[in-house]
Design a protein around this ligand. Structure first.
Ligand SMILES: C[S@@+](CC[C@H](N)C(=O)[O-])C[C@H]1O[C@@H](n2cnc3c(N)ncnc32)[C@H](O)[C@@H]1O
Length: 267
């Protein structure tokens, strides 16, 4: 287990998430011509969500805000079915598939103190860095940064692995996130992605929870939680567009209509 001091991310790992240029420390802030980024006053992690960026004023991001609010309702009401919580076979399978090593960036790491694949990782040589827009439960047991997968605040060629565990289909722009992963992973590194694929004809659950019935699907979204659900075909198209090669992939059936798809990509 790492001590709290080992979880502090060196400042020279960071760049401006918008310009990808070095940041200057001014007082307590990291500054670039595109903006100023601050630490959380209580827990000390950096917040790299760009402020006042025109791109983030678009309708898609307003939709994303509502999807995030809906997701938080589900994470609070039913964490075990919506997040990696506790020891789980599917997370063990993903960990085995990833074969974590070195410095691993988890994009969309979740609001948990640690998702299952980090909590139960037995390899002392692995250093997990997680990024998520949600502050979640603090302090985390891994290095944490608040931010967006589409705007990673890390310098190029830094990580041995970048992973997305059931997160990419919550993003507004999966292509931008894959391009960012490609930028920050080392040339010999890997990007591992877990997509939960669900057929369009999957039957609705016979009984839904009261909290679920109150959620609404915001403009342009596929359902209350996902902007665009991904499947094998749409994911493969994003990987090609990002210039990434699929080195390996596995599919684990969940039921007749759902399966977990794991991909290992390289530059
Ligand atoms: C279903 S949860 C998965 C959490 C965790 N990976 C796990 O397996 O338990 C999806 C996560 O993606 C995060 N997320 C949504 N949009 C994101 C974005 N644009 N950039 C980074 N993370 C995002 C959410 O805040 C949420 O924590």
């Amino acid at each position: 287990m790492m001590g709290r001091r080992d979880l502090v991310i060196p400042l020279d790992w960071f760049v401006c998430p918008v310009l990808k240029k070095p940041l200057t420390l001014k007082g307590a802030c990291l500054v670039s011509p595109a903006g100023s980024y601050e630490r959380n006053q209580t827990y000390g992690f950096w917040n790299f969500i760009p402020k006042d960026l025109r791109d983030l004023q678009r309708q898609e991001w307003k939709t994303w805000e509502i999807l995030q609010q809906n997701s938080v309702v589900s994470y609070r009401a039913d964490p075990r079915n919506n997040l990696g919580v506790g020891k789980r076979q599917d997370f063990d399978e993903f960990s085995t598939f990833c074969h974590f090593s070195g410095i691993v960036l988890d994009v969309g790491v979740g609001p948990q103190k640690a998702p299952s694949h980090i909590r139960y990782c037995k390899r002392p040589d692995v250093h997990f860095v997680g990024i998520d827009p949600l502050v979640g439960i603090q302090p985390r047991i891994f290095s944490f940064v608040q931010g967006l997968g589409e705007y990673l605040p890390f310098r190029a060629d830094l990580f041995d692995q970048v992973i997305f565990a059931t997160a990419l289909d919550h993003f507004i722009d999966p292509l931008a996130a894959l391009l960012e992963a490609k930028r920050v992973v080392k040339n010999e590194g890997t990007i591992c992605v877990w997509i939960g694929e669900k057929d369009r004809n999957a039957p609705k659950p016979s009984r839904s929870h009261k909290w679920y019935e109150k959620l609404f699907v915001p403009q342009g979204a596929d359902d209350p939680f996902h902007y665009k659900r991904l499947n094998a075909q749409s994911f493969a198209a994003y990987a090609v567009e990002a210039g990434l090669s699929v080195e390996n992939h596995l599919a684990f059936p969940v039921d007749r209509w759902r399966r977990n798809l794991f991909y290992r990509l390289s530059k």
